[in-house]
Design a protein around this ligand. Structure first.
Ligand SMILES: *[C@@H]1O[C@H](CO)[C@@H](O)[C@H](O)[C@H]1NC(C)=O
Ligand SMILES: *[C@@H]1O[C@H](CO)[C@@H](O)[C@H](O)[C@H]1NC(C)=O
Ligand SMILES: *[C@@H]1O[C@H](CO)[C@@H](O)[C@H](O)[C@H]1NC(C)=O
Ligand SMILES: *[C@@H]1O[C@H](CO)[C@@H](O)[C@H](O)[C@H]1NC(C)=O
Ligand SMILES: *[C@@H]1O[C@H](CO)[C@@H](O)[C@H](O)[C@H]1NC(C)=O
Ligand SMILES: *[C@@H]1O[C@H](CO)[C@@H](O)[C@H](O)[C@H]1NC(C)=O
Ligand SMILES: *[C@@H]1O[C@H](CO)[C@@H](O)[C@H](O)[C@H]1NC(C)=O
Ligand SMILES: [Zn+2]
Length: 430
């Protein structure tokens, strides 16, 4: 019996399982607005870059040993000489496939902080298509589907995270956190709380640079280390989305994110400037944000809203708290941004923080252990303990998650009957 799940693995990886997810007919129009999803296929290189090793004991989240596994504090960029060879090989393979455009880097030299390209290079040309200049690369996400409001917070875990956590808990609301990798390392407690609350963790780079100013290798390091700390600290989840700091991406950077790491680039369509509330002098005020929010929330429902907000300070979180009742009164369909864009699957190998992790990326699987049989672990949630020790717990930690099967939701896994049937077919066929 133990061998069966192993035989099934290649079959689980086939398109037919994924097609159910992406081809499923839904009543609303989420699907039309989504980027192409071919690169989420389990054969994508990302699945061999981030693998769980059953032979090793992972350092508890928040421990000194855990923190030491990642690059040092900003402002130093991650040293490209320490990039794991597999990441560089994946980059070089993508370059060899001509999947990464060979375009000039920008430079951050201007007063307004908008990076500029060399003279004669048009940032709005199809070859460059810089999001700083509002050029939209096909496949990047700027808008939500009509009527939907995708919630997300950037730059955490940070000084506003505690206040945000309290509010989200009280309101039983899930959101997506675009996290700075070095902030995860420096604020592991807030990280654990946000993950355990059922929120989705996405990538916002390691040191928050303008990414179009960074070399291919630096882009790999910024994304890769943030992927790695999230992967190692969430029982093996592989993030699916990233947001470029300052919204600054272009064809080259977006391609590296997609081709090497399987990440979809998410920008926004409304900007609160809430990050500047605590600047001196402040770049905006709570009253100004209140007025913008009011206009967006009572305005047209098409396109849906992706509002840029930050968990940088209690002030920035407070502007969200005051707008939240209006979001509800105006009948927006409010969701975590990753759940919305990912069609309820926020990670490349898992639906959310309590659902099972697809095991295509487990190595040294111990025979008979649950990871080799993902289909039979559908009620095994993962939780991070308050001590910081990641572990698998047997009771469902999320009061909001339902165990009721939902025939409308896409699934990663097959039921036991399907597994057995496929196994029999597979064995007969051999
Ligand atoms: C993260 O996970 C990788 C792969 O499983 C492992 O090699 C590495 O030691 C881990 N790092 C830390 C800091 O736990
Ligand atoms: C970019 O330039 C702006 C303005 O000169 C400056 O404030 C900012 O720190 C720079 N950012 C980076 C990442 O170098
Ligand atoms: C922010 O709010 C939290 C909880 O609401 C509080 O514990 C913390 O002291 C506040 N931080 C500041 C800087 O006021
Ligand atoms: C604006 O502020 C008022 C007064 O505090 C509040 O009642 C209202 O909900 C706020 N609206 C938004 C969109 O933040
Ligand atoms: C996501 O889940 C919700 C709640 O279970 C469901 O109503 C919705 O149809 C799902 N969306 C997709 C795209 O599967
Ligand atoms: C890893 O696990 C395999 C299978 O469980 C075992 O045979 C092997 O000795 C282990 N390797 C190490 C380095 O522990
Ligand atoms: C997490 O995903 C599972 C399906 O894998 C679903 O049953 C559950 O409702 C989801 N939980 C939340 C909080 O959305
Ligand atoms: Zn940011």
């Amino acid at each position: 019996m133990h061998i069966l799940p192993l035989l099934i693995l290649p079959l689980l990886s086939t398109a037919s399982v994924l097609q159910h997810r992406y081809d499923h007919d839904h009543s609303h129009n989420v699907k039309r607005n989504l980027p192409s999803t071919w690169y989420h296929h389990p054969s994508h290189p990302v699945h061999s870059l981030f693998r769980r090793d059953e032979n090793i004991t992972y350092a508890p989240v928040g421990s000194t040993e855990w923190a030491a596994g990642y690059p040092p504090d900003p402002p130093a960029l991650p040293d490209v000489k320490t990039i794991p060879a597999e990441w560089l090989a994946a980059l070089n393979d993508a370059i060899a496939r001509k999947a990464i455009p060979d375009i000039p880097l920008s430079k951050n030299t201007t007063d307004d902080g908008n990076p500029v390209y060399p003279t004669g290079v048009d940032p709005n040309s199809p070859e460059i298509c810089s999001s700083t200049y509002q050029c939209r690369i096909p496949g990047d996400v700027w808008d939500a589907p009509a009527g939907f409001l995708g919630l997300s917070f950037d730059d955490g875990p940070e000084a506003g995270s505690g206040k945000l956590i309290e509010f989200l808990k009280t309101n039983n609301q899930q959101v997506t956190h675009f996290m700075i990798g070095s902030n995860i390392r420096d604020n592991p407690d807030a990280f654990i709380q946000e993950f355990n609350l059922g929120n989705d963790i996405a990538v916002h780079t390691w040191t928050h640079p303008h990414m179009t100013t960074q070399s291919n290798e630096q882009v790999v390091a910024e994304l890769g280390w943030t992927m790695q700390i999230i992967h190692n600290s969430t029982n093996g989840r592989v993030p699916k989305f990233w947001r470029p700091p300052y919204g600054d991406s272009d064809k080259r950077v977006t391609a590296i994110a997609k081709e090497v790491f399987g990440l979809t680039t998410i920008i926004w369509n409304q900007d609160t400037d809430d990050w500047s509330l605590t600047d001196s002098p402040p770049g905006t005020t709570a009253a100004k944000i209140n007025s913008s929010m009011h206009q967006w929330l009572t305005g047209p429902k098409t396109p849906g809203l992706i509002i840029l907000e930050h968990e940088l300070s209690n002030q920035s979180v407070a502007t969200f708290m005051s707008a939240y009742p209006v979001m509800q009164q105006q009948n927006w369909n409010i969701m975590s941004l990753a759940q919305l864009i990912g069609q309820n699957a926020s990670y490349q190998n898992a639906d959310n923080s309590t659902s099972p992790v697809n095991d295509v990326n487990i190595i040294n699987a111990k025979s008979g252990s649950p990871p080799s049989a993902p289909s039979s672990t559908s009620s095994t949630p993962t939780n991070l303990q308050a001590s910081g020790q990641p572990s698998v717990v047997s009771s469902n930690p999320s009061p909001t998650s339902s165990t009721k099967p939902n025939s409308a939701s896409p699934r990663w896994v097959m039921g036991p009957t399907a597994i057995l049937s496929v196994a029999v077919i597979f064995m007969l066929w051999r």
